[in-house]
Design a protein around this ligand. Sequence first.
Ligand code: AP5
Ligand code: MG
Ligand code: ZN
Length: 214
Amino acid sequence: MKIILIGPPGAGKGTQAKRMIDRLGVPQISTGDMFRAAVKEGTPMGLKAKEYMDKGVLVPDDVVIGVVEERFGKPDCAGGFVLDGFPRTQEQARALDGILDKMGTTLDHVVVIEVPDDYLVNRLTGRRTCRGCNYMHHIEYDPPKKEGVCDKCGGELYQRDDDKEETIRQRLKTYHAQTSPLITYYSGKGIVRTIDGTGSMEQVQKAIRDAIGA
Ligand code: AP5
Ligand code: MG
Ligand code: ZN
């Protein structure tokens, strides 16, 4: 299964990707998680990416494409993947086409998770992410059993630097201007499955399973 998840910040891409990968037996490839790991390690690439992430704008295409090409070189991608947060521009989509061509394969589904902007600020200001395993809790919709502690691994929960209202508004603008046009790009290939992302996490999960037949 080779799947892309597209949706605005807070739509539930990461939440649903984590639910899909166990079932499908493929890795989740999240460029956002990869950049946050590089920031944590303090690598030059991480420090550069952080400047853009903190402003709510996109990391330059050449940086993103380099990171993704390296990731696709690892053997676990051969049997499929769930791409979460990549591609986000036309340039990235064309680069992905090139990578898949070289692998001799094509995408199965582009799942678009639709959620109106009004829902998203609340989802993101309430999000608490695990430092250990990247699991996302929500203080209202998926609260941890113990405050500040991840249910999955016992790691410390933190609030992402870019989950501030002002930065969230900019991330939404960036999504509408640069990423949502990709839906038209993939519609031409007949592989877009549009999902209503406003229901519960379980309802959204079921809608995705029905749409991809797996
Ligand atoms: P990235 O980490 O990808 O952030 P994002 O796209 O803004 O998306 P989020 O991770 O914020 O949202 P999500 O859809 O995963 O929602 P989640 O499942 O957590 O990117 C961060 C930055 O990195 C970018 O701004 C950019 O600078 C850079 N970057 C990354 N990739 C790039 C690329 N390809 N090119 C250029 N730059 C790039 O859910 C959110 C919350 O809601 C959680 O708390 C969750 O518990 C809750 N929730 C989820 N589903 C539901 C539901 N159905 N009902 C109620 N609550 C729910
Ligand atoms: Mg995410
Ligand atoms: Zn955890």
